[in-house]
Design a protein around this ligand. Sequence first.
Ligand code: PLP
Length: 399
Amino acid sequence: MNNEKNLSSLKFINNRTGTNSYKWDKNENIKYSFGIADMDIALSDNIIKSINKKIDTGLFGYEYISENYYDTFINWVRNRHNIEIKKDWITVVDGVITGIKIAVQSFTKEGDGVLILNPYYHSYVDAIKNNNRRLVTSNLIYKNNNYEFNTKFFEKIILKENVKLFILNNPHNPTGKVWSEKELREIYKICSKHSVLIISDEVFGDFVVPRNSFVSFSSVCGSNGLSIIATSPCKTFNISGLKISNFIIKNYNIRREFRNQKNKNMSERANCLSLAISETVYKHGEFWLNSVITNSLINKKVVMDFFKEKYPDIQIVNSSVIYWTWINLTALSITEDVLHNLFLKHSIEVSYGSTFGNLGDGFIRVNLMCSVDNIKVFLSAFDEILKSYRKLRGNINDN
Ligand SMILES: Cc1ncc(COP(=O)(O)O)c(C=O)c1O
């Protein structure tokens, strides 16, 4: 891969304020955001040109989901991850969290236990609680700067709380844990033993490096298994505002139930622009995505070198997902409120650990999908923040 050529083709938008962006416009004092998981990188001109062909027709009426849409998605998964899926298994839904809500409604009753791993992506909690299901959590174990799966506790809590559904995040947001085939098989075995349906949310699967180290849950569950795999072009190609996702369900009965529930809530038609744009990016977006990943690897190295040199007591959690980095600040003994205020003084936003449950306390998640210039702004602000915080603590300790 020619790195320089790749990177020169990327269009960074270093300031996205005033664009109604959830990431940038949450607070008018924010001038740099490293929070919510979308990218400050625009799609390439040739992709936009291809999308414009659809816009130029001026026709946005009701559309079928075309054979082409399915084919481009199936080819993407085959080429990128060597996984074979069949068209019949795919249900297109308006977003991953929407699909997870549909599954919660289809396969559990009010009051049933739905299990997630702590730390967790907070929208899972909404999907469970907004549907009056019980939130059940199993802790990941943080050890030697990695996160480990607690098999014994996982099985115990399934039995104790009579869990019906488990939402797995593969790879895991925010810790960056990439699940091994052995772990996934273990999870599948335990869940099958206790008739627990698994949803594997794989939206960050395209960001695992090297790419052949990503193991989709679809490779461990049998053709009739109790599992649903959720994926989408949205994170991969930075089109999250288009709200489109693909739910892959091999088991006929589960698929039928899921579609029935979907039809109770939503039109069977999908958004025609989301379909056209997704088809285009699956077909033409690979070079762009590889460039984005190269850039992000550079950003990650800049962050790691900075901490290694200046703050070796702060640990960057080991991970081969390169969308964000999960940083352990517990060595600083700084509260999240204090940290938040200090970052705000520098007009900077990051994702704070407590958003991801109590096991996120003391951590921050920093989005790497931006220019290296912006990453350097973050690091220099962080340096200033730590200097002033240490001075402040020194003063407190002196008094
Ligand atoms: C793990 C995970 N799943 C799903 C989503 C959201 O997906 P969607 O916007 O398609 O609902 C996010 C967004 O950050 C996420 O981090």
